[in-house]
Write a protein that binds this ligand. Structure first.
Ligand code: FE2
Length: 376
């Protein structure tokens, strides 16, 4: 029997909670005002909304940024008693919430908690003059949370409690369109229970799996499985460290994040050369380009592609293919001092996979950075 393609596998998901996509990604950060400036200046996000003391919120400030369909919420606590302060002390800056845009937040909460999901926030209805947003949340790996957001009866800027954030500083965007996938790192022997959790609690399906024989370098290894909802709008690859001669990059993450959490957010573009050139010019740091041999061998590995190889090589952009097409991708260095969260820029040309063919080249590049930090 011929192996199923990723697109065929997605159809096997039990879609009891229809998900329309990623609603927002919330970061807990030490200084949201400065982080917002970074994401505007470096990544081309636009000012959208704000909540804080000026809007009646006493214990935190949140800045909402938008680019394409991507919404980032950057939240900082305003006092030491706030539990967010503890979160940041332990994990550093990182992703707290992967919010999912659903048709019915109350039902999503009931269905998932009935299937074993652990409650983070019971359903609430927030209202203002623009309508209502209904929300609820459950925990996933580590202290990370999935919020269910229902906004079909809301036409405000973001959600009740936020005001429009008008800024006189508005750098142009960088062509980022939507969240393609968000990857979680989990601890030793924790990948399979996490996969099972996404199947049982969320009705997702495992569309791809890689073991440590496939993802390894001379020094370190990891295992990865990709979970998707039925329409493929939400994809969560899960990584677990594997034994190698030296420390796995996943272990380095777990040590520095002090637990499980979001490893990278992949954002899509329609023109990766233009986007990466723009981001680089604004100071975003990317992993080093793979060696010349990677590009010499490119056509043998992925076949014919529409792009010229010279700019790909100049920018260090990686290419991989599957039975449905090819994809171009590039990874930033971590965006914090702790070697934890980073971003991926991805352009899909038919391929529905995640760049497994690049793992070796990619990991050798990551290991170079790990070694510089003394963590390999
Ligand atoms: Fe990725």
């Amino acid at each position: 029997m011929q192996a199923q393609t990723v697109s065929q596998k997605m159809k096997e998901a039990k879609d009891f909670l229809p998900i329309n996509g990623t609603d927002y990604i919330e970061f807990y950060v030490g200084n949201a005002k400065q982080a917002a400036h970074f994401y505007k200046t470096a990544f081309g996000f636009q000012s959208l909304a704000y909540a804080g003391p000026e809007t009646g919120v006493r214990d935190r400030a949140s800045y909402v940024l938008k680019q394409g369909k991507i919404r980032l919420v950057l939240t900082t606590p305003l006092n030491s008693a706030n539990p967010i302060t503890e979160h940041i002390a332990k994990h550093g800056d990182g992703v707290k919430v992967l919010a999912l845009w659903v048709e019915d937040a109350y039902k999503a909460y009931e269905e998932t908690t009935a299937r074993g999901g652990r409650s983070y926030m019971e359903p609430i209805t927030l209202t203002d003059e623009h309508g209502e947003v209904r929300m609820a949340g459950i925990y996933t790996y580590g202290e990370t949370v999935h919020m269910f957001v229902e906004r079909k009866n809301y036409n405000g800027i973001f959600m009740p409690g936020y005001k429009e954030w008008k800024s006189s500083y508005n750098p142009t965007d960088a062509g980022l369109l939507y969240v393609d996938h968000c990857v979680g790192n989990v601890g030793w022997n924790r990948m399979n229970p996490t996969i099972q959790w996404y199947e049982d609690v969320m009705g997702f399906v495992n569309i791809l799996s890689f073991d440590d024989k496939q993802i390894n370098t001379e020094y370190s290894a990891l295992m990865s499985k990709v979970m998707s909802n039925g329409n493929g709008y939400v994809k969560f690859p899960i990584n677990e460290p594997a034994e190698g001669k030296k420390k796995s990059q996943i272990e380095e993450y777990l040590d520095f994040y002090e637990g499980e959490g979001v490893q990278h957010i992949a954002v899509a573009t329609n023109d990766i050369v233009k986007t990466v050139r723009e981001l680089k010019s604004r100071g975003v740091e990317f992993l080093d380009a793979p060696p010349q041999a990677y590009y010499d061998d490119l056509f043998n590995r992925v076949g014919k592609i529409d792009e010229d190889v010279a700019p790909l090589q100049e920018l260090g952009i990686l290419v991989d293919c599957d039975e449905e097409g090819y994809l171009l991708q590039l990874f930033t260095k971590p965006v914090e001092d702790r070697p934890t969260l980073f971003f991926e820029i991805i352009q899909r040309k038919g391929a529905q996979s995640f760049g497994a063919g690049n793992f070796k080249a990619l990991f050798e590049s990551i290991e170079k950075e790990q070694a510089k930090r003394g963590n390999l």
